[in-house]
Every structure is written in structure tokens, then in C-alpha cells.
Design a protein around this ligand. Structure first.
Ligand code: SAH
Ligand code: SF4
Length: 344
């Protein structure tokens, strides 16, 4: 069975040997604009083609296995893949009712960040482009069918679910191409990375043209290396240069995500290292960033704690005083374990 969700119209026509070729465009429109996944309901296709497609292709390959809804508008989905493995995706809703789809790019993750539940699972495999697009389509279909909400669609997409997106760059790229072709603006898509320099360079070179978020955690070399093994091969100075490269080529503000853990990375040394990282030293250009402070979301099997509210305010205040834009993320979805870092 050929999965179709990550194919552009001309690729659909090619892969399915469709004649005339405009059938590719029709099928794309059914799947991505009208969110119709059953070939039988694709009214403008001839009956023989509908039967033929049903026998050899699938529009959406993931199977929804579980759906947990939190009181605050968060919905966590667990999807079963064809090989029996499972992934999770989350809809997060802000106070105004706008929905963000948080998508996974891998089963597990190889990066081994000490504070992350997905990291503690280890790496299983990359998701195919169609498995990435399928999550978006199913979340979008769910959202459009829940009529009681003011914004009945997905407003933005963040690749902050399971896995490291830039370690699965080709499939990520194909998935984003398909979303963009279906009319979902690249400006509303954010890729979050633990800081893979090569992948950031690829983004800077004009591939994707989406927004970038970095899980920085700490700008103190020793702390970051302890919590994020990737900092050994992708050290902070090289990361910073890659960010400058992205910034100068795409002109976009970069989000720096700091998951704050009491006594670990909320110390004066950490905030000062962060200020220096953003400002740059002599003759270095400053980074144009938004710092996003994320108070640690509790995970029973992990030895960390969220800082006291006063500590978070102090950290935020120091950044503000240094002229660095900063927000503190209110945790949503923790009741269904759909908050940051709780996937797995
Ligand atoms: N691999 C990518 C994207 C997935 S991680 C990356 O690392 O950026 C998604 C986000 O969840 C990251 O910003 C990570 O720092 C954060 N996170 C991980 N564990 C967390 C926890 N327990 N509490 C709050 N945020 C967490
Ligand atoms: Fe992987 Fe991101 Fe978790 Fe690190 S924080 S282990 S890169 S998913």
C-alpha cells in the first residue's frame, strides 16, 4: 500500500501512474484541503480509479489509538504506526483559543538529554515524511470537527514532539513542502532543535524557510555539556555562529528555550552566561532572540524540580534588564502528560 500524504500533486501523478496527470492535483486537494481520506468519497474521481486506489494506496497511514483531553484545551494523541511502534502528538490551545499542533519527527530520540523523557527512551527510528504529515492531517481533522472552539483550525505547527527534527532533515523537509503547498504558511511553522549545527546551516542556506527554536537550556558550557551530550560535538561557539548565519540570511528572530530546573540552570552564572551568549563578545554581532523560559514539568522518575516562582521572576527580570526579550511559558497539558518533555 503506497502512503500518499507526503506526495505533491506531480509526485502523486508519478507514483500512481495517473492519467490524466491532473488527477494528482484532485487527490491532493481531497486529502489536504478537504481532509477526506476515503477514496470512495472523492466525488470527482471516476469509479474505477477510486476502486483501484483503495486497493493499492492509503491517504493516511497512522491509526489513532488514544486521545486524552485536558480541561485547558490540550489534546494528546497516541498514534500506532504500521510497524507497531507508537508516537504522540499534541494540540495546545492558547488563551484566545488558537491551536498549535506539536508534532513528532522520530520514534524516541538519540540525543540523550538528561532532563527529557523522550531522550530517556533512546532512539528507535526516523519517521517517514508521510508519518509526519499524517499527524498534522489527523490533528487538523479533529480540530475542524470540534465546532465549539472559536478558531476551528490549526494556527501554527511546532516540531517539538518526540525526536530531533534536524536529525531527520530530508523527511522533515518533504513534510514541510507538502504543508506549504497545501497553503499552510512557513511563517507559522517552527522547528525546535537541541542545536545540530549542520542542520541549522542547512536551514540558513535557504532550505525550509521556517522559524527556528533552540533548546539551549544553559549557555554555561559545563552545565550544557552535562545535561546535553550533543554539546560536545556541537559546542556553543559553533552553535552561535550557525545562529548568526541563519539570522543574517533569513532575518528571523530565534527562540531560545530554557527549561528551568531548580539549582541546576537557574543560577546567576547561568543567566550571565546567557546574556553574554546573546550579546556576543568584542566584535561579535548580537543575536536577535526571544528567550522562552519553561519551568520544569514534573516527571516522577527524574531528579529535578521546578524553581520557586520568585526565582523564575528574578531570572526573567535579569534578562529584561539586559534588554533581552523574554517570556515565561505557562505549562499547559500537564494533566495529560502532554506538556513539553513529557512525551514518550
Ligand atoms: N528535539 C527537539 C525538539 C523536541 S524537545 C529539541 O530538543 O528542541 C521539545 C522541548 O521540550 C525542548 O525545548 C525541551 O527542552 C523541552 N523539554 C524536555 N523535557 C522537558 C521537561 N521535563 N519540562 C519542560 N520542558 C521539557
Ligand atoms: Fe531529544 Fe529534544 Fe529530548 Fe534532547 S530535548 S532528548 S534532543 S527530544
Amino acid at each position: 500500500m503506497t502512503p500518499l500524504s507526503a506526495l505533491l500533486p506531480n509526485e502523486l501523478a508519478g507514483a500512481l501512474a495517473l492519467k490524466p496527470a491532473y488527477r494528482g492535483k484532485q487527490i491532493f486537494s481531497w486529502i489536504h484541503e478537504r481532509l477526506v481520506f476515503d477514496f470512495n468519497s472523492m466525488g470527482n474521481l471516476p469509479a474505477f480509479l477510486r476502486r483501484d486506489l483503495a486497493g493499492r494506496a492509503v491517504a493516511v497511514d497512522l491509526e489513532e489509538e488514544q486521545r486524552l483531553e485536558d480541561g485547558d484545551g490540550t489534546v494528546k494523541f497516541r498514534f500506532r504506526l504500521k510497524d507497531g511502534k507508537a508516537i504522540e502528538s499534541v494540540i495546545l490551545q492558547d488563551r484566545r483559543g488558537r491551536a498549535t499542533a506539536c508534532l513528532s519527527t522520530q520514534v524516541g530520540c538519540a540525543m540523550g538529554c538528561l532532563f527529557c523523557r523522550t531522550g530517556s527512551l533512546g532512539f528507535s527510528r526516523d519517521l517517514g515524511a508521510h508519518e509526519i504529515v499524517d499527524q498534522f492531517l489527523l490533528l487538523r481533522a479533529f480540530r475542524r470537527s470540534s465546532m465549539s472552539v472559536p478558531f476551528a483550525d490549526i494556527s501554527s505547527v511546532v516540531f517539538m514532539g518526540m525526536g530531533e527534527p534536524l536529525a531527520n532533515l530530508d523527511n522533515l523537509r518533504q513534510a514541510i513542502e507538502v504543508l506549504a503547498y497545501s497553503g499552510f504558511s512557513r511563517r507559522r511553522i517552527t522547528v525546535s532543535t537541541c542545536g545540530l549545527v549542520e542542520g541549522i546551516r542547512a536551514l540558513a542556506a535557504g532550505q525550509l524557510a521556517v522559524r527556528l527554536a533552540i533548546s539551549l537550556i544553559s549557555a554555561d558550557r559545563e552545565v550544557r555539556t552535562r545535561l546535553m551530550p550533543i554539546n560536545r560535538s556541537n559546542p556553543l561557539p559553533r552553535l552561535r555562529e550557525a545562529l548568526l548565519d541563519y539570522q543574517s540570511k533569513l532575518g528571523k528572530r530565534i527562540t531560545l528555550e530554557i527549561v528551568l530546573m531548580a539549582g541546576i540552570n537557574d543560577r546567576p552564572e547561568d543567566v550571565e552566561a546567557l546574556v553574554r551568549f546573546v550579546r556576543g563578545g568584542n566584535e561579535q554581532q548580537p543575536l536577535k532572540v526571544l528567550v522562552n523560559l519553561i519551568p520544569w514539568n514534573a516527571l516522577p522518575e527524574f531528579p529535578y524540580q521546578k524553581p520557586e516562582p520568585g526565582r523564575i521572576e528574578w531570572f526573567e527580570g535579569r534578562l529584561r534588564q539586559a534588554g533581552i526579550p523574554v517570556t515565561t511559558r505557562i505549562s499547559r497539558g500537564s494533566a495529560v502528560c502532554g506538556a513539553c518533555g513529557q512525551l514518550g
